[in-house]
Design a protein around this ligand. Structure first.
Ligand code: PEP
Ligand code: MG
Length: 319
């Protein structure tokens, strides 16, 4: 079965009821981008650019960055590569940034918020990204966005830097949906964004106010909590007809949650490269209508355990 899955992993996938789903890969370096290409992924749905900035004494130069971003885009050939701008803060700190200690790092200056504090660091990353060719395969994604005006601000920055570089073409620009306010404001977000991508790891953390690193909370910090699912639904409803919505958190590659996300209307699942073939094979067997008609019932349940219990047989019957 694994051989058959691998043989078909480079083909695009439709569910049994003809919904097109993109299966992309999450990667943490340009070498992994090659793994993503080999896996048959339709795109890189998330390149975490932190790898370039961590474990060193000073920030990488613009040219060093550009080469890494270019290598990832080259690895995927004519497929899209979503590169996320630096998501530092919370659990990941850079020794060469002299930031004052944060009383609560997960709620402090992280992701997009770092732009206000270290503008040259983020501008130089954006210039390196704008140096990639051809720009049409590159997509720039911004983490920890709270509302549309933040993304609008990044778009203006990108346009200003592109003008300085005499560019006439810009890459697509998207926002991660990881903060509950962004999920609830998805309609206005989608007016500014070319695409949205739900980071279910952080959306679960912030939606439930449960630290994703806390082992005592690991079993309760469940993406299937009806409150988190409602944030995902709000994102899809808000974006509907305005821009596509991906999921790039760990939930996307989960055997139980992935089919639910597709039935809710997610356009792309971005998963670990090693999961691409299996996820594509599962989507091909899926009849989303079986799950779709139960979504309101699932979202009305009192807790994650109830959803989990009801979803397991539902997904089985949809395959
Ligand atoms: C997420 O929050 O779901 C996500 C994909 O980003 P990270 O895991 O890098 O925070
Ligand atoms: Mg995140």
């Amino acid at each position: 079965q694994a051989d058959a899955e691998r043989a078909e992993s480079h083909l695009e996938v439709f569910t049994r009821d003809s919904c097109f789903v993109e299966v992309a890969a999450n990667v943490g370096s340009s070498e992994e981008a090659q793994l993503a290409a080999d896996s048959g992924a339709d795109a890189v749905g998330l390149l975490r650019s932190e790898f370039l900035f961590l474990g060193r004494d000073s920030a990488p130069g613009e040219e060093e960055q550009r080469r890494e971003y270019q290598a990832s885009v080259d690895a995927l050939g004519a497929k899209p590569v979503v590169i996320r701008t630096l998501d530092i803060g919370a659990d990941k700190q850079l020794p060469y940034l002299q930031l004052p200690p944060s009383p609560n790092p997960a709620l402090g200056v992280r992701g997009m918020r770092l732009w206000q504090v270290e503008p040259e660091l983020l501008d130089s990353q954006l210039r390196a990204l704008l140096g990639v060719r051809p720009l049409r395969y590159l997509r720039v994604m911004v983490p920890m966005i709270s509302d549309a005006s933040e993304l609008e601000w990044v778009r203006k920055r990108m346009e200003a830097l592109a003008a300085e570089m005499h560019l006439t073409e810009l890459p697509l620009l998207g926002a991660m949906i990881e903060v509950p306010s962004a999920a609830l404001c998805a309609a206005s977000m989608a007016n500014v964004a070319d695409f949205l991508s739900i980071g279910t790891n952080d959306l679960t953390q912030y939606g439930l106010a449960m630290d994703r690193e806390d082992p005592l909370l690991a079993s309760q910090a469940d993406v299937l909590h009806p409150g988190v699912l409602r944030l995902i639904q709000a994102t899809l409803n808000g974006a509907a007809g305005r821009c596509p919505v991906a999921v790039c958190g760990a939930a996307a590659g989960d055997d139980l949650v992935g089919p639910l996300l597709v039935a809710m209307g997610v356009n792309e699942l971005s998963v670990e490269p090693s999961r691409v073939a299996a996820v594509k094979a599962r989507i091909r067997r899926l009849d989303t209508s079986v799950i779709a008609r139960e979504i309101d019932t699932l979202l009305a349940m009192p807790d994650a355990a109830s959803v989990r219990q009801a979803l397991a047989p539902l997904v089985e019957s949809a395959l």
